[in-house]
Ligand binder design. Structure first.
Ligand code: NDP
Ligand code: 2IT
Length: 453
């Protein structure tokens, strides 16, 4: 660790004790920005990174709601408005019992760089609640979303802050949130993305993160004159990102052998084909069941429960060429990374945000594999959110083909930005530096132009 990073981290740690995910995200970026500061001392004296680390605004609020039996529950709601240098705040909402300030600050911090990489005018934000949608009825989820929006509505708007989905927030939740915003404000505007198609949503938004992550992997493979055709792929998660990652890998001729949820994973040596994927989509999105049910239907597949307290995750210990972690943060630790490399994995495209621990990242970088950090590889989701905002402003929907073509163009351009910046700053092939520096420079220049804020 350089002296600059050590000093910076000591300060950030003192100010934000116990925020381990946030500290992890900052440390990973700081290592890259140290290189920029050396070459361009004007950013250092303007303390651009130090300013980006401090959120512009943190909003924390009470979310009371009543369950179907009439019992009252109180959850905590958050919105972290991290940076608005290049556009309105933009980023998802996460509903999961693990949600806390550290997790949302890490996500909002990452979002600043990711949104900048898309080349669209979007600042960075994240929000959510420790509410657990699992096992709740549609009516309970609706009452929760309405209560959440009762407070959030006063902090957001189509030109101020535009939330979207993340873990636990999909089309159903965005619908309830949008309905309540419209009722409270008496405005039909593009205040949220991921909306339904008949009320302002964009084609390809549900697919965008997964498709984008696979497009990014294909771009990385192109640098070695290869394609996904015939490649064996490990995918984790079984939610929105994982589902469309599998769909695109199948379409490009790859073979997916794993999927997971927070209880365990399935390994299907014959590969997850279109029919099996449809079963998973029905299982997870409609019946809201567990991935374990996959092996009751497809007898050749094996289910293994996973205990997050164990020192490695067996999902990452299978022979494969590519890995698409698409569940949650820190799902790949140092030991998992070692297992992956030993099993032949040489392409990692992060659909999830920060799925790899710092130790794991170091191993991927040292091994010189094609490793794309989440802020580059999963930027397709927010990019198509940006395209949804454009369509809302124009009041004109684009076709599926048009949005998909733009998504592909954006993923190509992010890849190019990463490669060029990695080269320019003396670390060729290092997509972590490439993404961090590429995302940083645009925000930094906007902040320099706009004065000390
Ligand atoms: P979903 O809620 O649709 O799915 C999440 C999946 O991850 C589920 O299979 C879930 O299992 C699993 N999961 C969640 N928490 C944990 C945990 N603590 N341990 C193990 N597994 C877990 O969310 P998304 O697919 O939208 O999000 C997945 C990842 O992608 C997240 O990191 C998110 O931040 C990131 N992302 C999402 C984008 C989007 O557009 N939706 C855009 C960019 C990144 P279970 O069913 O058991 O909860
Ligand atoms: O992490 C992410 O980029 C998202 N959850 C999507 C954010 C968005 O505004 O579409």
């Amino acid at each position: 660790m350089s002296e600059f990073v050590a000093n910076l981290m000591a300060e950030v740690k003192a100010k934000n004790p116990n925020e381990k995910e946030f500290l992890q995200a900052v440390e990973e970026v700081a290592e890259s920005i140290a290189i920029v500061y050396e070459r361009y001392p004007e950013y250092r004296s303007a303390k651009i990174l130090e300013r980006i680390i401090e959120p512009e605004r943190v909003i924390m609020f009470r979310v009371p709601w009543q369950d179907d039996q009439g019992e009252i529950h109180i959850n905590r709601g958050f919105r972290i408005q991290m940076n608005s240098a290049i556009g309105p705040y933009k980023g998802g909402l996460r509903f999961h019992p693990s949600v806390n300030l550290s997790i949302l600050k890490f996500l909002a911090f990452e979002q600043v760089f990711k949104n900048s990489l898309t080349s669209l005018p979007m600042g960075g934000a994240k929000g959510g609640s420790d509410f657990d949608p699992k096992g709740k009825s549609d009516n309970e989820v609706m009452r929760f979303c309405q209560s959440f929006m009762n407070e959030l509505n006063r902090h957001i708007g189509p030109n101020t802050d535009v939330p979207a989905g993340d873990i636990g927030v999909g089309g159903r939740e965005i619908g309830f949130l949008f309905g309540q915003y419209k009722k409270l404000r008496n405005e039909f505007t593009g205040v949220l993305t991921g909306k339904g198609l008949s009320w302002g949503g964009s084609l390809i938004r549900p697919e965008a993160t997964g498709y984008g992550s696979v497009y990014f992997a294909s771009e990385m493979l192109t640098t070695r004159n290869q394609t996904l055709q015939g490649k064996t792929c490990l995918v984790s998660g079984s939610g929105n990102v994982a589902q469309y990652t599998v769909e695109k890998i199948i379409a490009l001729g790859g073979k997916v052998v794993t999927l997971s949820d927070s209880s365990g994973y399935i390994y299907d040596d014959q590969g997850i084909n279109r029919e099996k994927l449809d079963f998973v989509i029905q299982l997870k999105n409609i019946r809201r069941g567990r991935i374990q049910e996959y092996v009751e239907k497809y007898k050749n597949a094996v289910y293994t429960p996973v205990n997050p307290a164990d020192d490695f995750n067996p999902l990452w210990n299978h022979k494969a060429d590519c890995a698409f972690p698409s569940a949650t943060q820190n799902e790949i630790n140092g030991k998992d990374a070692k297992n992956m490399l030993r099993n032949g994995v040489y392409v990692v495209s992060e659909g999830a945000n920060m799925p790899t621990s710092l130790e794991g990242v170091k191993q991927f970088l040292d091994a010189g594999i094609l490793y794309a950090p989440g802020k580059a590889a999963n930027a397709g989701g927010v990019a198509v959110s940006g395209l949804e905002m454009s369509q809302n402003s124009m009041r004109l929907p684009w076709t599926r083909e048009e949005v998909d073509a733009r998504l592909q163009m954006i993923m190509k351009s992010i890849h190019k930005t990463c490669v060029e910046n990695a080269d320019k700053f003396g670390t060729p092939g290092n997509y972590v530096n490439g993404a961090n520096i590429g995302g940083f420079l645009k925000v930094a220049n906007a902040m320099m132009d706009q004065g000390l804020l």
